[in-house]
Ligand binder design. Structure first.
Ligand code: FAD
Length: 413
């Protein structure tokens, strides 16, 4: 069913008086929700996806770009990676720049795993197309005021307002998958007495930039500099993502074109480095660099997946990978329950996800100190953070530990 047809059929068929019925309502059509939806649809488990934005919007929203190899292989195993494998770039190394020197780190040699560079909007486009156009799944865009309810019963439901008709629609279900990201509603409906929300503020801001310019290096470049961290990440042959550490809550208007490029040139300077290729800045915003984890990730019939359950500042390129990890576990658990009445996956879901979540959080915190210690103004932090990086660059044992976490390999400790 197309998005528009689904939206209008929802509006006609559904109202508070005549609820619709499905097995799983998935709130949010990001990487997590769409992965769950595709796997359920592939296993003939009835589901409905609700998304506040339009299809065009989510297919263009720029965000992540790096997928870990295990995630790509898992998507491939579900028939969800054809276009990704045909079009993604493959990265095997990154480069640290420190005190004017370049240090290549060949993480694929060390860990046996690679990164796939595939912009999140392309992955979302592929997953929507597969779910809605190929597998005929029900996805409703532009919904308003989504409200999950009855999550502590075995017949929960979700209501929403159809934006075009203004009608309130109710969908009865057995499970709700809360995949609506950090600003969504589902995680706020977990009863506070049953969950802990662990938070960590990194104490810095990052100016996130997309430049209409080809990459200036064949790999990710991570600049450690007394003026602040700077990062360079390829997105496509035409577009490159850059990051600049800035004060928390800084105004992007404080960063005109000339200042951005002057800081990038200075912070990423190193002997023998190819010059940065400048280009117009097509995205410029300041990220709040904080992390959180909602624990447990499930209550009653509500299961959280992705950023709704845990947020990682984009240090180490982890968020989309974790969202996919949750989605795979949740979808498999729902298929087992719906097909074989086996609830073991659902019972173990939160604990299984959280093992990887906490490993990634710890890695992000470790790497944050490497990135930000030098510019902290604290000479002790500056010294220890550089020592931390030099150890990973020089000691084979330390390099393996770093590379395995960077690639998300064997992290279910
Ligand atoms: P989202 O992608 O946020 O999807 C949630 C969806 O739910 C959205 O479409 C939203 O519109 C919808 N929604 C919200 N509220 C509601 C509601 N009430 N009802 C219905 N729908 C709702 N991660 C990486 O792994 N690698 C990277 O390189 C990387 N770089 C990043 C760079 C930036 C600048 C940013 C901001 C993030 C980056 N991330 C990266 C993180 C990554 O983008 C997120 O972790 C990922 O999008 C999480 O996917 P998700 O499906 O959980 O949530």
């Amino acid at each position: 069913m197309t998005a528009d047809a689904a939206a209008s059929s929802a509006a006609t068929a559904g109202s508070a008086a005549s609820p619709q019925r499905t097995r799983v309502v998935i709130v949010g059509a990001g990487p997590a929700g769409l992965t769950v939806a595709n796997i359920l649809r592939g296993a003939s488990v009835d589901c409905v996806v609700l998304e506040t934005e339009s299809r065009e919007f989510i297919e263009q929203r720029p965000r992540a770009g790096f997928l870990e190899e295990w995630a790509v292989r898992a998507l491939e195993g579900r028939g969800l990676a054809d276009r990704l494998l045909a079009n993604a770039g493959v990265h095997t190394e990154c480069e640290f720049r420190l005190a004017g020197e370049r240090h290549r780190f060949p993480y694929a040699d060390v860990s046996g795993h690679r990164h796939y560079v595939y912009p999140q909007p392309l992955l979302v486009t592929d997953l929507v197309r597969e779910y809605a156009d190929v597998r005929g799944g029900d996805i409703r865009f532009g919904v308003r005021d989504v409200e999950p309810d009855g999550i502590d019963t075995d017949r929960p439901w979700v209501t929403y307002t159809d934006a075009r008709t203004g009608e309130r629609v109710r969908v009865d279900c057995e499970f709700i998958a809360g995949c609506d990201g950090a600003r969504g509603v589902t995680h706020t409906r977990m009863p506070p007495e049953h969950v802990t929300v662990a938070r960590h503020d990194l104490g810095v801001g990052w100016l996130a930039l997309l430049a209409e310019a080809p990459p200036s290096s064949d790999c990710v470049v991570l600049g450690i500099h007394p003026r602040g961290f700077a990062g360079h990440m390829a997105r496509s042959p035409q577009v490159t993502r850059y990051y600049l550490e800035c004060p928390p809550g800084d105004d992007p208007e404080n960063w005109p074109y000339e200042r951005v490029w002057a800081e990038l040139h200075e912070r990423l300077a190193a002997d023998g480095a190819p010059p940065l290729i400048e280009g117009p800045l097509i995205e410029k915003r300041v990220l709040a660099m904080h992390n959180y984890v909602v624990e447990p990730m499930a209550y009653g019939r509500l299961f959280l997946a992705g950023d709704s359950a845990h947020l990682l500042a984009p240090i180490g390129a982890k968020g989309m990978n974790l969202a996919i990890h949750d989605a795979l576990l949740l979808a498999d658990a729902l298929v087992a329950y719906c097909g074989k009445d086996d609830d073991s996956g659902l019972r173990g879901y939160s604990a299984a996800c959280l093992r990887r979540v906490w490993q990634y959080q710890e890695f992000s915190q470790w790497l944050s100190e490497v990135f930000h210690g030098t510019s902290s103004g604290d000479p002790f932090r500056a010294g220890t953070s550089v020592a931390r990086l030099r150890r990973a660059l020089v000691s084979p044992a330390a390099a393996i530990g770093f590379a395995e976490l960077f690639m998300g390999k064997d992290t279910d400790y």
